[in-house]
Design a protein around this ligand. Structure first.
Ligand code: 0X9
Ligand code: ZN
Length: 302
């Protein structure tokens, strides 16, 4: 059984997903969307109570940045609640399908456990020896490398040699494009800071439907507050955080056509990336109330 008072290694996370697939075959299916640079399977869990296959869906990922361990933990909690506590949460799955990829950068995630707790990037070989890895959240192919990203492999925000050079990014891209008619909302989990961000990250201009994005995020933040959490800072990535092109949420909205696309910067404690395991539980349970709001919105509006 899983608990939310510890962080899990990549193999443990995948074992849990397999356990769920075996135990709840009518609700859960697993799909590998490809392998990481080092050959790890990238597993998306589909949670669907049935229907015709044309239900609206939500796509969630976590862990594109290796050291942001609360991101996979939160994705795992969402999975846990939708599947193992489905009796209490059936309203979230009776009309909406969920696709959840808890660890988008598995090689980096493992590296942050074994070698360098503060590792951010992937671990691939770059043109500069001694400086491995690309910032996965600068490698997506929409206004790629225009702003807030680096051409220099030794930097933390290295954009990669070309857009979608890092295999993890095209793996997610291809999955999203294959399911783009169904996916109505995209959430990518990061830490830290306590932000709910929507596009654009490449420009300070706002998308035409920014008002919808803002209002829905405000509702999600209110649910977080009502659960005992702090309010989120809400706005476009560029306007409330910083400009940075090549992020996954910009791609999902700008190219895949998923209108509702958000980056959640989870937690705003003084611990930063090193959120103690003792704080996982309150973090994930509070944020699940926000996820509930996103789920209800998709259910009621599509
Ligand atoms: O810089 C990032 O990729 C994100 N912050 S983090 O501290 N988790 O690294 C923010 C991404 C916001 N989105 C865009 N700027 N596109
Ligand atoms: Zn991040």
């Amino acid at each position: 059984a899983i608990s939310f008072d510890q962080y899990y290694r990549y193999d443990e996370i995948n074992s849990y997903l397999e356990e769920l697939a075996a135990k709840y075959p009518n609700l859960v299916t697993l799909e590998s969307i490809g392998k990481s640079y080092e050959g790890r399977d990238m597993v998306v869990i589909k949670i669907s109570s049935g229907g015709s296959g044309t239900r609206p869906a939500i796509l969630i990922d976590g862990g594109i940045h290796a050291r942001e361990w609360i991101a996979p933990a939160t994705a795992l909690y969402v999975i846990n609640q939708l599947v193992e506590n489905n009796a209490a949460n059936s309203a979230l799955t009776d009309a909406v399908d969920w696709y959840i990829l808890p660890v988008l950068n598995p090689d980096g995630y493992e590296y942050s456990h074994t070698e360098d707790r503060m590792w951010r990037k992937t671990v691939s070989v770059t043109p500069i020896s001694g400086c491995p890895g690309v910032d996965g959240n600068r490698n997506f192919g929409f206004h790629w490398n225009e702003v807030g990203a680096s051409d220099y492999p030794c930097y933390e925000d290295y954009a990669g040699e070309v857009a979608f050079f890092e295999i993890e990014a095209p793996n997610l891209r291809d999955f999203a494009l294959a399911n783009k008619e169904q996916i109505k909302l995209y959430l990518t989990f990061h830490s830290y800071g306590g932000y709910l961000l929507y596009p654009w990250g490449y420009t300070s201009e706002l998308p035409p439907d920014w008002h919808t994005l803002q209002e829905l995020a405000a509702d999600a933040s209110l649910a977080h507050v009502n659960a005992g959490g702090d309010p989120f800072i809400i706005g476009s990535s560029t306007n409330v955080l910083y400009a940075a092109a090549g992020g996954s949420e910009d791609y999902m909205k700008g190219v895949a056509g998923i209108e509702l696309s958000y980056t959640a910067e989870l937690t705003n404690t003084y611990y930063g990336f090193r959120l103690p395991a003792e704080l996982i539980n309150e973090t994930v349970t509070r944020f699940f109330e926000s996820v509930r709001v996103f789920g209800s919105y998709v259910k009621e509006n599509f």
